[in-house]
Every structure is written in structure tokens, then in C-alpha cells.
Write a new protein. Structure first.
Length: 151
């Protein structure tokens, strides 16, 4: 007597396939039964209430707010450049003569400020007390008009 060529996994695959087809037919029937074809325009309309939420009911005209065109702001306003003309005091914490740049520690705010050799009025070295002004450079604050303090 010969054995059946169907294995357990084949039977399982066929059962899954049949179940998928049945589910697909049921979903298609549900879609047909709940079809929204032929709905009127009012049924499909959506409204935005005074808080910006989408609703199915029209907004109350008494809650309508008047907004001036000048009050509407599109984008972010440009920041005004911070120009500090105050002369500051500091000390040179690092300066590389061969590369032409260094850093000055501001005595007031204790922050480190970049300085380039072109901003120096006279040569400086590490540890020198200096006066300087600050400008905003492409990568942050930069010291300009750097002068050695008289001892």
C-alpha cells in the first residue's frame, strides 16, 4: 500500500491559504456593506474649530476671532547682531605664534575667547594681561582690537 504524498507541512500551508482567502472575502463583503458611495457633500465635510481641531460640526460664528494681517508672523524673525563695544580685560591663556592664533580668558565672565594674530596691535605671549573687544565670528566669539595692558 502506498503512502500519501501530502506531508503535514503541506496540509498546514493549504489550511493557511484557505483561511487567508476566506478572510479576504469577508473583508471585501464588509467594505461593500459599509460603502460610503453616494454620500452628500455635507456628510464628507470637515471643519476646524476655534482651537484648530478638526470636527464634523460647523464652528460657532460667535467665537470667531478677528486677526490683523500685520499680527501674522511667517518664519522666525532675524536676531539682531549683538554688538558689544565694551572693552574687556583678560589674560592670554594660549597663543601659538607659528599658527597665529590663541585664546584669551575673559576676567569678567571667565569664558575663553578666540583671538587671531590679525586682531593684535602688538605681539602677545601666554600670561600677558590684555584689553580687547568682542565680535561674533563665524564660529563664535572672537577678540578684536587686542592691546597689552600697561604694567
Amino acid at each position: 500500500m502506498g503512502r500519501s504524498t501530502e506531508t503535514f507541512s503541506k496540509k498546514e500551508r493549504e489550511k493557511k491559504k484557505a483561511k487567508k482567502q476566506l478572510d479576504k472575502k469577508e473583508k471585501a463583503e464588509d467594505r461593500k456593506n459599509s460603502a460610503t458611495k453616494g454620500k452628500g457633500l455635507e456628510d464628507m465635510m470637515a471643519y476646524v474649530d476655534e482651537n484648530g481641531n478638526i470636527t464634523s460640526t460647523p464652528p460657532d460664528p460667535t467665537k470667531k476671532k478677528k486677526i490683523s494681517v500685520d499680527d501674522i508672523q511667517i518664519g522666525v524673525p532675524k536676531q539682531e547682531d549683538i554688538v558689544e563695544e565694551i572693552e574687556r580685560n583678560g589674560s592670554v591663556t594660549f597663543f601659538n605664534d607659528s599658527k597665529g592664533y590663541g585664546f584669551i580668558r575673559d576676567l569678567q565672565s571667565q569664558e575663553s575667547v578666540f583671538v587671531h594674530v590679525n586682531a593684535l596691535s602688538e605681539p602677545v605671549k601666554e600670561g600677558d594681561k590684555v584689553t580687547f573687544e568682542i565680535e561674533r565670528g563665524p564660529k563664535g566669539l572672537t577678540a578684536v582690537k587686542v592691546k597689552k595692558k600697561a604694567k
